[in-house]
Design a protein around this ligand. Structure first.
Ligand SMILES: NC(=O)c1ccc[n+]([C@@H]2O[C@H](COP(=O)([O-])OP(=O)(O)OC[C@H]3O[C@@H](n4cnc5c(N)ncnc54)[C@H](OP(=O)(O)O)[C@@H]3O)[C@@H](O)[C@H]2O)c1
Length: 261
């Protein structure tokens, strides 16, 4: 059987890297994409994934990725995980460069990779019966919180793009899957958001019993991609048990009522 190929963006760290590893373990050919070539080289060595260094906010890099993929062979899945948050300031104190970066990295990058790779996904669907797109948004796309506006707006923008894409592709054998996680404890996400303040980043997760891990999200993505091709897990919301809602996060051990002692 020929391997199916998934292009995984954000593959240099966190959820993207874990997804690349999970898909390799599930028998996919994987192309990992991110800016940091050294991290991608490590992924290639550890998992056997192919890699391509690109800044997805740069149209020339996205065009170079598309033509490299065109030469390489069919693309059966686009798994767009690259993105992130910058800052936790209130709207009145927001920094324009943070907002611009968040819109570039989460929304415009998604539009660019869809535009660039859709011809290859269609060709693969014509040849093999179907293709997949998966987008990593966030519960931040669904519920605003103080200090979250830039990220809320960017992830909501990405989520709307995904929903419109599903409508635009109706009638074609291409699945459009959105995975929206709550709190995931990855190495860099909060550290980057808090401009490298490691103590403040640690405090975000302080006492939270078992936040989601990158591998939990990767497992769900791999599951969604490995279901029979007529099954579209349209929107998947996943949170740690300790986080019942964006604003309701239990800190400390989880204990059944009546068994607290
Ligand atoms: N952690 C959470 O709590 C959480 C929750 C819900 C959703 N999410 C979303 O999940 C995704 C992954 O987050 P994570 O926690 O795994 O964080 P992460 O470790 O910071 O991963 C972000 C990835 O995106 C890549 N990236 C950023 N800008 C890029 C650009 N311009 N071009 C190409 N690649 C770029 C980064 O690689 P390079 O720096 O090497 O380019 C990195 O691989 C993000 O979209 C995030 O918004 C995270």
């Amino acid at each position: 059987m020929t391997l199916r190929t998934a292009v995984v963006t954000g593959a240099s760290s966190g959820i993207g890297r874990a997804t690349a590893v999970a898909l390799r373990a599930a028998g996919w050919d994987v192309v990992g994409v991110a800016r940091r070539a050294d991290r991608l080289a490590d992924l290639a060595e550890q998992s056997g994934a192919a890699v391509f260094a690109a800044d997805l906010t740069d149209p020339a890099d996205v065009a170079a990725l598309a033509s490299w993929l065109d030469e390489r062979g069919p693309v059966h899945a686009l798994v767009h995980i690259a993105g992130g948050a910058a800052g936790t300031e209130r709207i009145e104190d927001g920094r324009a460069q943070d907002w611009e970066w968040m819109f570039q990295a989460n929304v415009l990058s998604a539009q660019r990779v869809v535009q660039a790779l859709l011809p290859q996904l269609r060709a693969a669907a014509a040849e093999s019966g179907h293709a997949d797109t998966v987008f990593l948004t966030s519960t931040a796309a669904m519920t605003a919180y103080p200090g979250g506006a830039g990220y809320n707006a960017a992830k909501a923008g990405e989520s709307m793009l995904v929903q419109a894409l599903r409508l635009e592709l109706n009638g074609e054998p291409i699945r459009v899957i959105e995975v929206a996680p709550g709190m995931v404890h990855t190495e860099e996400f909060t550290l980057n958001r808090l401009r490298g303040d490691a103590d403040a980043a640690d405090r975000v997760y302080d006492g939270v019993a078992e936040p989601l891990l990158a591998e939990d999200v990767a497992d769900v993505i791999a599951y969604a991609m490995n279901t029979p091709r007529h099954v579209n897990l349209d929107t998947i919301v996943m949170r740690p048990v300790a986080q019942s809602a964006q604003h309701l996060l239990a800190r400390g051990p989880l204990r059944p009522r009546g068994f607290e002692g």
